[in-house]
Design a protein around this ligand. Structure first.
Ligand SMILES: Nc1ncnc2c1ncn2[C@@H]1O[C@H](COP(=O)(O)OP(=O)(O)OP(=O)(O)O)[C@@H](O)[C@H]1O
Length: 251
């Protein structure tokens, strides 16, 4: 494996009973790329995500992260290594303010070690970091409102802020556009573009316009196997991919 690969799977397989939801998947995610996993319903995308983030144990195969075998590690261990899955673990506390939500994320054991620090200077540094994160996701003027007052799209921006608080090296985004209206899709797309530099993002996303816009590389799954891989142009022109999407045009 080259040092440019941050996460690699070989022969990744997950069987539920006799059914292989994921079957022999080889995935290479290049460092500092945005890699999208797409495929029709039931293709195995969520299962791959659960395997990579260690929420599920594989039946067969290996997973390496920065060259280290993490196949048998627990989710908390891979989180400490810098792999953070958004939207599942970064739950929002609805009655707390927007700023408090980010502060709590910053004080998590896997985040900045603010919890071990003391004194006024430290608290100022913590507040500065909270405001920096809120500014970066466009929520600074909402900092003292309760999270429950935020629109759906802004809640997602807050989830981004709480994920970024952990300073992830690899962000796993699980359908970041799900349930969003067009305006919020643009807002979150801009946000992803903005946080991309120096990070690696692996994203499951159904919105193909977003995938076309953001992804450097795309892996198409169908029936648990890799059907195709490449940039959007090559994927969109691939007959097997078009057929897998029920004969439709994936544009
Ligand atoms: N815990 C489970 N037990 C049994 N079968 C499962 C389980 N989880 C997933 N499956 C099956 O594995 C297959 C792949 O599911 P998965 O959710 O990974 O697909 P997906 O590509 O994420 O689909 P979608 O786009 O609909 O979310 C499906 O046929 C699903 O029914």
């Amino acid at each position: 494996m080259t040092t440019d690969t941050i996460i690699q799977t070989r022969g990744l397989t997950k069987r539920f009973g006799g059914f292989a939801a994921v079957n022999g998947v080889d995935l290479d995610v290049a460092r500092h790329s945005l890699h999208a996993l797409i495929g029709p319903n039931g293709a195995g995308k969520t299962t791959v995500f659960n395997l990579v983030s260690k929420f599920l144990a594989p039946s067969e195969g290996t997973i390496t992260y920065n060259g280290q075998d993490i196949t048998r590690e627990k989710p908390a261990q891979v989180a400490r290594r810098g792999m953070v899955r958004s939207f599942q673990i970064s739950a929002i506390f609805p009655r707390m303010t927007v700023a408090e939500n980010v502060r709590i994320a910053l004080q998590r054991p896997t985040g900045f070690s603010f919890s071990f620090w003391r004194g006024e200077k430290v608290l100022t540094a913590l507040e500065d970091r909270v405001d920096e994160l809120l500014t970066s996701v466009g929520l600074i003027e909402w900092r003292n409102r309760t999270a429950t007052e935020l629109s759906y799209g802004r809640k997602r921006a807050l989830e981004f802020a709480t994920t970024l608080a952990l300073d992830p090296e690899l962000m796993l985004l699980d359908e970041p556009m799900a349930g969003l209206g067009q305006e919020d899709v643009h807002r979150i797309s801009d946000l992803i573009r903005q946080i991309r530099p120096n990070r690696t993002i692996l994203m499951v996303e159904h919105n193909l316009a977003v995938v076309a816009d953001l992804a450097d590389r795309i892996t198409v799954l169908a029936r648990g196997e890799v059907l195709a891989e490449g940039d959007y142009e090559s994927i969109a022109a691939n007959d097997a991919v078009i057929e897998a999407y029920i004969g439709g045009d994936i544009d």
